[in-house]
Design a protein around this ligand. Structure first.
Ligand SMILES: Nc1ncnc2c1ncn2[C@@H]1O[C@H](COP(=O)(O)OP(=O)(O)O)[C@@H](O)[C@H]1O
Ligand SMILES: O=C(CO)[C@@H](O)[C@H](O)COP(=O)(O)O
Length: 494
């Protein structure tokens, strides 16, 4: 058995797979998110660790009910929300709340980074506020008393690794999102670290996703009745999500519907297209890279509208949306609740409902939300296509993939078949478990461990609906962003 742990933004998820790759148990524990100031997004790393322990203990209890003993677990793999800056002092004390991937406070620092010599050549990316390095520049400027005490900077899942093993380590897919990695060469960039004011030993050791980075510490192994199993490097949640559904070969593609919305296309060589905020990162398996478009609020927009309009929960919103006939002159929703990365790279972008009329009902707002997220995702997919990695078939994963209604609407908007696969809704934890498998059993064949799980459904695009979205909705959606962008931009900032 192999245990995968994914530190998502909304919850920690744990999954147990057997040697045939079948999911045998799952568990999760919700996480809270804090927005102490406009554009700030933070979480407490101590809460991550408490939630991880709770998810693991629930998982072991569920596995026990299936007759699986903790000693049967042969390896652990980690994945997590990318980019978050977890800063520790030399005694491994957390110095402040982690600044997350959807935090937009450090746009001024990004402008500085873009002027660094060699920046784009080394990192392959645009400097965007979600990434880790500009957050450290912000700390240097705004919280110097914190900055000078920093001994280590860890990504979210790597903080859990420290708690599990006592080791400082990361993997190349997650490290690529720091802007301290030379992405083509898969190594830390001394130059980018120096320009940030950090020594190389502030970084964890760097590994491929399927490498062993340490072993479960004796106290935890005893408490959970487990062996001191190896802990794999794992991957950033998108790379791990891709491994989980077998998206590991050139031009294969995946769409992740989590808090964020991510379109991920694999490349067998390094490729960089930063112009439209397309991310160029290493994949979690050796010798592979990927391009990615990232929407900062995707399924989280659906939670937002459900709360705002008083639905009991997301399934209630979805059911009502499905019952309501789409009208001509339907309202629009701009999904930029946390600003946007691809293609706009605009921290000032904001969400909006437009086109409201006296007869607008909340189901119209629900449908506008589902559609607005889809149109935003299409912008990102087209940006990746333009970089030369167009894929005809897209596998969908993440919490949002649970809705047949929404995934059909997305296929109609995108105009390509969307494939659902067994375990896809489990998301990145599945890939983390597969990376644990590869690390614990180096003789295992990659093609076997990383095969595509069985197809559970295919959403074929409806030609007439696709034409409607292309001709009627997409041009207006794009125009609305352009027209509203200036309204939300704060005077005196970029
Ligand atoms: N039945 C459902 N249909 C559509 N969306 C759902 C459903 N259940 C949960 N979700 C959405 O899934 C999202 C969480 O997905 P997940 O992949 O776990 O995110 P994260 O990795 O960011 O924590 C939530 O925003 C929630 O609205
Ligand atoms: O910032 C990115 C990728 O660049 C996000 O995709 C985060 O990695 C968070 O993921 P979810 O919690 O939405 O899965």
């Amino acid at each position: 058995m192999f245990l995968g742990i994914d530190l998502g933004t909304s919850a920690i998820k744990a999954v147990l797979i057997d040697a045939a790759g079948k999911v045998r148990a799952t568990a999760s524990h919700a996480l809270s998110l804090s927005n102490p100031q406009p554009r700030w997004s933070e979480q407490d790393p101590h809460e991550w660790w408490q939630a991880a322990q709770s998810a693991i203990e629930q998982l072991l209890a569920e596995a026990g009910r299936e007759g699986i003993a903790p000693r049967q677990i042969a390896g652990i793999g980690l994945s997590g929300q990318m980019h978050g800056a977890t800063v520790l002092d030399k005694a491994d004390r957390v110095l402040r709340p982690a600044i997350l991937w959807n935090d937009g406070r450090c746009d001024a620092q990004c402008v500085d980074m873009e002027s660094w010599p060699g920046f784009r050549e080394i990192t392959g990316n645009l400097a965007m506020p979600g990434f880790t390095a500009p957050k450290l520049l912000w700390l240097r400027e705004h919280e110097p008393q914190v900055f000078e005490r920093i001994a280590k900077v860890l990504l979210p899942k790597d903080y859990l690794r420290l708690c599990l093993t006592g080791e400082y380590a990361t993997d190349v897919s997650d490290a690529a999102g720091t802007l301290w990695l030379n992405v083509a060469e898969r190594r830390w960039s001394q130059r980018m670290l120096e320009l940030t004011g950090l020594p190389q030993d502030a970084m964890p050791s760097l590994h491929e996703g399927n490498a062993v980075t340490g072993y479960l510490n004796p106290a935890l192994a005893e408490r959970w009745g487990m062996q001191r199993v190896p802990v794999a490097a794992g991957g950033g949640d998108n790379a791990a999500g891709a491994v989980g559904v077998g998206i590991v070969r050139h031009k294969q593609a995946m769409l992740s519907l989590g808090t964020s919305g991510v379109y991920f296309a694999v490349s067998d060589g390094y490729l960089a297209r930063p112009e439209q905020a397309v991310h160029s990162f290493c994949h979690a398996l050796p010798g592979t890279w990927h391009l990615m478009s990232v929407m900062l609020s995707a399924a989280s927009c659906v939670d937002f509208t459900a709360n705002l309009t008083g639905y009991a929960d997301v399934p209630a919103l979805l059911a009502d949306a499905e019952r309501t006939v789409a009208r001509s002159n339907a309202p629009f929703f701009l999904p930029y609740l946390s600003g946007e990365r691809t293609p706009h790279n605009d921290v000032h972008a904001a969400g909006a409902f437009t086109g409201l009329r006296t007869d607008t009902v909340r189901a119209d707002l629900a449908n506008a939300t589902l559609e607005g997220v889809g149109l935003g995702l299409l912008d990102g997919i087209e940006a990746v296509d333009a970089a030369g990695l167009q894929a005809n078939d897209i596998t969908v994963i993440g919490g949002g993939s649970r809705s047949a209604y929404w995934t059909q609407m997305l296929a109609d908007i995108i105009g390509r078949p969307l494939t659902l696969r067994a375990g896809g809704e489990v998301g990145a934890a599945l890939g983390a478990a597969r990376l644990a498998y590869l690390a614990a059993e180096p003789g295992a064949a990659l093609e076997d461990v990383c095969e595509m799980p069985e197809i559970t459904a295919v959403r074929e695009p409806d030609a007439a609906r696709h034409a409607y979205y292309r001709e009627q909705r997409q041009p207006k959606f794009r125009a609305l962003y352009r027209q509203l962008a200036g309204v939300y931009r704060v005077r005196g900032t970029t």
